[in-house]
Design a protein. Structure first.
Length: 229
C-alpha cells in the first residue's frame, strides 16, 4: 500500500493498516507557538492583543508559505519536472538567491517532498523532507537532506532535521537553508538586506546532536502514550 498523508487525522500518515505520527506532530508538541508561526498551521491557537502585530504575523505566514512553495518549484525545475517558475517582483530576490545557491552546490534533487517511513526499531514515524539529492559539499559529491526554512533558526529545527536523517539513511549531510527571514517575525521590524540572503546551516549526519534525537524520541513517546488505551 502507498504511504498516504492526511493531516486532519490523529496520525498524519497511513500505510495500509499501519498508522504513523508525523515529524510535524512531534515538532508541534515541542514548540507549538513557534511551530504555528513558521509552519503555517491554519488553526490559530491564540489571538494577539495587538492588532498590528497579529496582522504582521499573518502576513509573515502567508509570505513564508509562498516562498516555500516557490523554492519547491525551483527544485522541481532542477529535477526536470517543470519549467522555472514565474516570479513576482516581491519574491524575485529570494527565489534568485535560492536558485544561485542550488547552482553553487550543483544540487540535483532525487526526491522532492516525498513521504518516508522510519526504519528505526521501536520508533515508527513518518515525514516528508523538502528534498533529497546529490550536491557538492567540501569538494565531494554527497547525498544530502535539504530542508528549506523561512524565518530565523529555532531549536526545534535541529530536532526536525535529525528525525529526517533517520528517514533518509543514504544521506550523509543535512542542509538547513534559511532563505527568507521575512517569512518569520522579521515583519515586525525594519527589513534588512540580510533578510533575503540565504543562510546555510550544514552538518554531517554523524555529527548531529544525540540530545536532539533523544528529544524527538521522548516527544514521540508522549504522542504515543496520549493515544494508547
Amino acid at each position: 500500500m502507498p504511504l498516504t498523508v492526511d493531516r486532519t487525522q490523529r496520525h498524519h500518515y497511513r500505510d495500509g493498516s499501519k498508522e504513523y505520527f508525523s515529524v510535524s506532530q512531534v515538532c508541534h508538541l515541542l514548540d507549538p507557538m513557534r511551530y504555528w508561526l513558521t509552519e503555517l498551521d491554519p488553526a490559530e491557537p491564540f489571538q494577539h492583543g495587538d492588532p498590528k502585530r497579529a496582522a504582521a504575523l499573518r502576513k509573515a505566514r502567508r509570505r513564508g508559505k509562498i516562498v516555500h512553495a516557490l523554492c519547491a518549484e525551483i527544485l522541481r525545475h532542477r529535477a526536470g519536472q517543470c519549467s522555472f517558475p514565474t516570479l513576482k517582483e516581491e519574491y524575485r530576490q529570494v527565489a534568485e538567491a535560492f536558485s544561485n545557491w542550488c547552482n553553487l552546490v550543483d544540487l540535483r534533487p532525487t526526491a522532492i517532498e516525498e513521504p518516508r517511513v522510519s526504519a528505526v526499531p521501536y520508533y515508527s514515524y513518518a515525514g516528508t523532507p523538502d528534498a533529497v539529492g546529490e550536491l557538492t559539499w567540501r569538494g565531494k559529491r554527497v547525498t544530502a537532506v535539504v530542508e528549506i526554512k523561512t524565518g530565523s533558526p529555532q531549536a526545534w529545527h535541529r530536532v526536525q532535521v535529525v528525525a529526517y536523517t533517520k528517514l533518509v539513511p543514504e544521506a550523509s549531510v543535512v542542509h538547513r537553508v534559511y532563505v527568507d527571514k521575512l517569512g518569520g517575525s522579521a515583519y515586525l521590524r525594519k527589513v534588512r538586506p540580510s533578510d533575503i540572503t540565504p543562510k546555510i546551516e550544514s552538518t554531517t549526519v554523524r555529527n548531529t546532536k544525540a540530545r536532539d534525537w533523544a528529544v524527538f524520541c521522548s516527544a514521540l513517546n508522549v504522542l504515543t502514550w496520549r493515544t494508547s488505551p
